[in-house]
Design a protein around this ligand. Sequence first.
Ligand code: C2O
Ligand code: CU
Ligand code: CU
Length: 474
Amino acid sequence: MSAFRTITRRSLLAGSASVAAGAALPFAVRAVANSINQLELTAAPGRARMVGRNYPTTDVWCYGDRIPGPQIRVRQGERVRIVVYNQLPEETTVHWHGIRLPNAMDGVPGLTQPPIKPGEQFTYEFTPPDAGTFWYHPHADSLQQLGRGLAGVLIVEEAERVAVDRDLLWVISDWRLTSGAQIAAGFGNAMEAAMSGRVGNTVTINGGISEEVSVRAGERIRLRLVNAALARIMALRFEGHRPVIVAIDGQPCEPHEPAGGRLLLGPAMRVDVVLDMQGEPGRRYRVIDDFYQDLSYWLTRLAYDETPPIRSHPPDGAPALPRNPLPEPDIASAERHELRLQGGMMGGGAMMGLGGTEGIGRGASWAINGTSMVCNGSPDMPPSLVVLRGRSCVLTFRNETAWWHPMHLHGLSFRVVSRNGTPVPHRQWADTVLVAPKEVVEVAFVADNPGDWMLHCHVTDHQVSGLMTVLRII
Ligand code: C2O
Ligand code: CU
Ligand code: CU
């Protein structure tokens, strides 16, 4: 690995401008009151300055001419209409990750809508029921389109203001860049697909590598963290600080500190934390990602200005966010389904055998219960799970592989109920659950949203090479 962010940084980055990751984002698109919120979003090739002035700009694909795409902000329960124009050289769609919306608006080509051809447009319209941090990305040629930069955040604001001094957003992305700061070729490498996926060498916050984020002593920040990487899993530690998790995947949870002080973020996951800035004026504190052994790096630094603390002691207790209107699953009467996650490279370089099952082999590296759905899904493939509308449902993810999988379900949020048979302390709501190698995780939900919903690993290489299926609610 070469390049910019994660591995070697100081020499390359010396003198580069710091990215104002903490500044108010200049490009937020805000709701217009009392009419339907109508927005336009164009997907097109563009250029971005990711790695500082000493390097050329990077050719990317992006929404609204920027990386990440425009931050869309709407109020909970307000209708939004988004017209998407495709100026890419290939078909696309937009998926509104985590939003519980009508199936026809879910953005899966061939399953919920025809793909948007180059030069054409598609209008998405929905009313987000839940407040929180969500995001959008294509669901066509996903490896390349997401990997070239097509991603943005959709924030649904609570009806009432949350008591914090600042609301910050860090869209954290991972890129594999050449020494000329261009996105490296080689999407869809079969060897990588059977392992950890395309993990890059450069990690950016809001589209640029970040030297520091300025903060003030005493302030209370709501920091929205979004992992928009293709494959990189992150474990963030805030030196000298104690972030309190207040929401996961957009859904409020009991405020709690992460186990071991590490915030675990698989691809597509979001965590909102409340950070009380208890550091010393004038000092800097690193934000460290140490998920991969021996490859830890610092993502940015919290840089305190010299002003004295804005309050003498922190406000007590992190604010609990108002609950979203999610139906509570009845675990006792729930129907149960098991999803065995299979395939991938095992120790010693052998592929996991899937004896007697069809599917794997035709360009697939992974399977769910012996069947591989590849690319963006084949519409002719029958759903592997059919659930009656209104039923409570427990899904068991049994990871038989040697790799981590952030398993994601479209159209619904689920409670994470247990891990390896042990109840999970906060039973948080989520739309993506990170399943460790050999782990067994149970999630539960009420099947209240009819339609065909994708269920897949969000390590994009895994998704497109078999770790994907469809859950139908009728
Ligand atoms: Cu972000 Cu099919 O998902
Ligand atoms: Cu999704
Ligand atoms: Cu996976």
